[in-house]
Design a protein around this ligand. Structure first.
Ligand code: MN
Length: 720
């Protein structure tokens, strides 16, 4: 800067900046600190005369933001971007000016943060989702953008008190729903915890106060036992001459609140956990301390977790164990090295600290964050709309993982509850799309089986196989969900188009016309009236049940006055042939489970397509009042496939009777899909089998074979 820059007048701002510079000198080069001071002068001049709502000079805020970044030991460029983060947005300084005064990277960072700042996560879900997508894209370009943004948000949360109540709540909610989970996903624990506590206090002031009073009261009672445990642990560690830091951890109010809200336990149950952290010098010592702890108090089985050998997705490493303390109180102990502690506190920000001095140390948190962002990009390419994308990402933002092995011994991490299908998609999208079965620890297992830590999973694929809609009921990873939906959406569209075309043709037959007879002009006119660009989309809308085929037919062939009655009498067309097993737009009702040979009727259900019931189904009475939704249907004569039917078998109790019946059913070539058993008294039992059959004749054969068993007293096809 050529002209002498006016030094900002306020005492406080001079104090804030010298405090920041002191901190920076502890880890940056003198040259870099000088550059940062220049950025401060530049920023102070740009914001000259501006005030925050609190009445303080505006420049306080960027200095504090830079301070938060310096606490994380961020690099000089990030600190400068922190100081200048509002100059483009709020002072009209040009991006080019920032580039020429500082650097391209700094300008990009400031610009990125400004763009994030413009994003408002308003109540409307769709707008929020679209904004979230933009934010992810900005993060992918330079991850430091989100770090600066998080620092900005954290300082705004610290000074939230001056805002109007409504704005305060909006910002607090956004912080809890978007920013805290992102901080968590990036392993930035310190920032996450503070964002959560501040967000909780601002969003639910009453609950916050009640809970913090309860904690204060309960803390008094805990004091004695806490001290007792602490000195027992310290004593044992001293005895072994293990040098370490022992910290007792307070539960944070927001995590207490969440546990109580989600009914994990009552206040006392949740609160009465004594938590300690032992920080040591090396990985080796971690395991030695663990041994001493398990020797001091008995460990609670199944609670030990080795996140050192297998780090969490966000790079977090530590040993976790739970012990039975004195009077049976649970004690949670975390054991980790100083390095791990650092990563646990600041997550990916730890990367910049190590960058210069210890290049050899591979930073897990950093690589993992990049991997995550890359996956997000891929996901957003596949997701149909922003909402779907947001839903997918939300699953990812609240992880709780299991670790499983591929047959080659590679470790894959999946969210808890993930199934073989999730595993298949995690291996590769194509593997997921064509998987038909899975072996878990070398044994065949259903695809829906939830995986457990340490299992080896092998996926069996078949060319030509494709995703099943039923998978959506149990998959738990965003990747699997997005890919299955993507596949089904295309498929459903094709099927709906085809069904819609057949329905329309049938409707036209009812008024003595046919699709082939309709002039192009008539089509154009009706499409324009209904707002469709192509015949296919019109057909698809009919096929999905959103539009009545009959009404479209009437528009295509305007009916002459007085001829209506005649048509109804003479216009008799063949029923629609049902020629497929359950597809995307033809469903078989679960209430009556029709199989080929049953007399059937179809009912158009909007959004779903055509649902087939048996003519005798009890549920039909409900639909009787809406005859316009009925469709005449019949089975295609040569229909193939398997259809589930339910049979109920009453038997007298006999050893091995279930196995005998099951063998008898299999012998007829039918698969048993489900069995449920209700014991009525000591002597008699009712069993319900869901069996897959080709048609009525097949079912009759199954029933005949079962009936001839001596123990079987009664057998019937059940229609709930
Ligand atoms: Mn700001």
């Amino acid at each position: 800067m050529a002209s002498p820059v006016p030094i900002p007048d306020s005492e406080a701002s001079r104090f804030l900046i010298s405090d920041l510079l002191d901190l920076l000198e502890s880890y940056l080069e003198t040259e870099q600190v000088r550059e940062i001071y220049r950025a401060y002068l530049f920023g102070a001049e740009a914001h000259e005369g501006q005030m925050r709502i609190s009445g303080e000079p505006y420049i306080y805020h960027p200095i504090e933001v830079a301070h938060i970044l310096a606490d994380m030991r961020m690099d000089a460029e990030s600190i400068i971007a922190g100081i200048l983060h509002d100059v483009i947005e709020d002072t009209g300084t040009l991006k080019e000016t920032v580039t020429s005064e500082f650097s391209e990277d700094v300008a990009e960072l400031v610009d990125g943060v400004s763009k994030l700042t413009q994003i408002k996560f308003e109540s409307q879900a769709e707008a929020q989702a679209e904004n979230f997508r933009k934010m992810i894209l900005a993060m992918v370009r330079d991850i430091r953008v989100i770090l600066v943004k998080l620092a900005d948000r954290l300082h705004n949360m610290r000074t939230l008190g001056v805002m109007r109540a409504e704005k305060r709540r909006r910002i607090a909610r956004e912080t809890l729903e978007i920013y805290a989970p992102i901080a968590n996903r990036l392993g930035m624990n310190q920032i996450r915890l503070e964002l959560e506590e501040l967000g909780f206090a601002a969003l639910y002031p009453m609950r916050y106060r009640v809970l913090s009073d309860a904690v204060k009261k309960a803390r008094g009672n805990r004091k004695e036992i806490l001290n007792k445990i602490e000195s027992a642990i310290q004593h044992r560690l001293d005895e072994e001459q293990l040098s370490c830091r022992l910290l007792s951890r307070e539960k944070h109010l927001y995590s207490l609140y969440k546990k109580i809200r989600d009914r994990v336990g009552s206040f006392t149950e949740v609160f009465d956990v004594y938590a300690f952290r032992v920080i040591v010098d090396s990985v080796d010592t971690c395991y030695r301390v663990l041994g001493k702890m398990h020797n001091l108090y008995k460990p609670v089985p199944g609670k030990f977790k080795d996140y050192i050998a297998i780090p969490k997705t966000n790079g977090y490493q530590s040993l976790h164990t739970v012990l039975f303390g004195p009077y049976g109180v649970p004690i949670e102990v975390q054991i980790r090295s100083e390095d791990m502690e650092r990563v646990a506190e600041v997550g990916i920000a730890a990367h910049w600290l190590y960058k210069s001095s210890e290049k050899a140390r591979s930073n897990n948190a950093q690589t993992r964050a990049r991997e995550w962002l890359r996956e997000l990009l891929e996901m957003q390419r596949n997701a149909g709309n922003s909402l779907e994308f947001l839903e997918s990402v939300k699953i990812d933002l609240f992880p709780d993982e299991v670790y499983v092995f591929t047959p080659a011994g590679d470790i894959l991490e999946l969210p808890r509850g993930a199934t073989a299908v999730d595993f298949a998609y995690a291996v590769h999208t194509d593997v997921g799309n064509t998987c038909i079965a899975a072996k878990i620890d070398r044994r065949l297992a259903p695809l829906r089986t939830p995986l457990l830590n340490g299992q080896t999973v092998e996926v069996i694929t078949a060319t030509g196989a494709h995703p099943n809609p039923a998978w959506l009921n149990f998959v738990s990873t965003a990747k699997a969900r997005t890919n299955i939906r993507h596949y089904l959406k295309n498929l459903q569209n094709d099927e709906a188009t085809e069904l819609g075309q057949r329905l329309l043709d049938k409707a036209l037959h009812n008024i003595n016309s046919a699709l082939a007879d309709i002039q192009d002009e008539s089509f154009e006119r009706v499409m324009a009236e209904c707002g469709f660009k192509s015949r296919e989309s019109l057909y698809a809308d009919i096929g999905l049940g959103n539009r009545m085929a009959m009404l479209v037919a009437r528009r295509l062939v305007p009916v002459e006055e007085g001829s209506e009655e005649k048509i109804r009498e003479t216009g008799h067309s063949k029923p629609l042939a049902i020629r497929d097993t359950e597809g995307m737009v033809v469903h078989f009702a679960r209430c009556c489970r029709p199989i080929p040979g049953d007399a059937i009727v179809g009912f158009i259900s909007s959004g779903r397509g055509l649902v087939i019931h048996t003519e005798t189904c009890k549920n039909l009475t409900d639909f009787r009042r809406r005859p316009e939704k009925w469709i005449d249907v019949e089975w295609q004569p040569d229909i193939k496939g398997e259809f589930p039917a339910e049979i109920r078998v009453d038997v007298s109790n006999q050893k091995g009777i279930l196995a005998t019946i099951a063998a008898e059913i299999s012998a007829t070539g039918s698969n048993i899909e489900n069995v449920s058993i209700e014991e009525r008294d000591g002597l008699d039992t009712s069993m319900n089998f869901t069996v897959a059959v080709h048609d009525r004749r097949h079912l009759a054969r199954v029933m005949r074979c079962v009936r001839k068993l001596p123990a079987v007293m009664r057998i019937s096809r059940s229609k709930s």
